[in-house]
Ligand binder design. Structure first.
Ligand code: BTN
Length: 331
């Protein structure tokens, strides 16, 4: 956004109309520059009523995830300070990966209002309807051994759970390794992709898809039955901007902690929020296991007792729940 559009936006008063002349004087801009900016803002879904003489009245701010809106009040040192914003993309992860290859810095984010080839784990499609959810990817350059990279997805889920709990009376559950649940349905998923060179981590792209104001009714049947959104869970629409900011703040905090002290300080909270503990599950991946989940180990691996009661440690895999807990962990 050009600087003077932002100046005009900040100069408008949502409480009253401001004559164009007053705004020009206040901002040191010509009347035609102010009028041009108002036009520019209107095309970006800011509802500004009135005209130059009678006064411009900002009736409603745009609800898009515009970087200048995100940055207003964002309390991070680096995460989301630079945002590459698109109304449509194939996949935010794909673009973030390219940007990272080209040298983008840690904390840079890619955000899209919709994705036409959103990707989930295990080559699944991530359905990405426009304007209602958050589709975002963060570029990270952690100096950690390769085997610690999987922990970053665990931390992103934890950060989202914290962010939601900070904003609303909810306590999201976590499903190992990468899902965030509200009640017994999935509200968000994480897809982290790493680039390594010579056994070293060069960068990680951490992508997150959050169902915020989605009406799950628009999803195809099989997905619909297992998905929810924050709005559906709370029974009212919520601000995507506030959630995106809160997530960036909480993710930065846990990520910095992880760089200093590793994953283990976060595992007790992860375990508390886990919806799998005590459940019978089937894990598929390099190896298949069926058993009861005991918890997480300090490295973030899933501990379970197999059908013979033998303890197993699962480093990666897809978990299917076979029973429902009597007492829900979440919300
Ligand atoms: C999953 O649960 O399978 C992971 C879903 C990850 C979806 C997000 S949306 C933003 C980013 N871009 C993508 O193409 N995927 C991730």
């Amino acid at each position: 956004m050009e600087n003077y559009h932002l100046q005009v936006l900040r100069g408008l008063d949502p409480g009253r109309g401001i004559p164009g002349r007053e705004l020009s004087l206040k901002l040191g801009l010509s009347a035609s520059a102010v009028a041009k900016s108002v036009g520019w803002l209107r095309t970006r879904k800011y509802r500004i009523e009135g005209g130059c003489a009678g006064g411009y009245f900002l009736k409603e701010a745009a609800s898009s995830l515009y970087p200048w809106e995100v940055s207003a009040g964002l309390k991070t040192a680096g995460f989301g300070k630079k945002i590459h914003y698109f109304s449509e993309l194939d996949s935010t992860n794909s673009l973030a990966f390219e940007l990272a290859l080209a040298g983008a810095s840690e904390g840079e984010a890619v955000v899209a209002e919709t994705q036409n080839r959103g990707r989930g784990r295990l080559d699944r499609v991530w359905i990405s309807p426009p304007g209602v959810n958050i589709y975002a990817s963060l570029i990270l350059r952690p100096r950690v051994p390769m085997e610690q990279v999987a922990g970053i997805s665990l931390l992103a889920g934890l950060a989202l759970a914290r962010a939601c709990s900070r904003l609303w009376p909810v306590s999201p559950g976590l499903k190992w390794p990468n899902d965030v649940f509200l009640g017994d349905k999935k509200a968000a998923g994480i897809l982290s992709e790493a680039r390594t060179e010579g056994g070293e981590v060069r960068f990680v792209v951490c992508g997150i898809g959050i169902n915020v104001n989605l009406d799950p009714g628009v999803l195809p049947g099989e997905v619909r039955a297992r998905a929810t959104s924050v709005a559906e869970f709370l029974g009212r629409p919520v601000s995507r901007l506030r959630l995106w900011r809160a997530f960036l703040e909480d993710f930065e905090e846990v990520y910095r902690g992880f760089l200093r002290r590793g994953l283990s300080p976060f595992m007790a909270e992860w375990d508390r929020r886990s919806i799998l503990k005590g459940r019978r599950v089937k894990v598929s991946g390099a190896q298949e296991w069926e058993g009861e989940v005991a918890g997480l180990d300090p490295s973030g691996a899933l501990r379970l007792n197999d059908r013979e009661g033998k303890p197993r440690v699962v480093l990666a895999g897809d978990v299917q729940m076979l029973t429902v807990n009597k007492e829900e962990k979440c919300c």
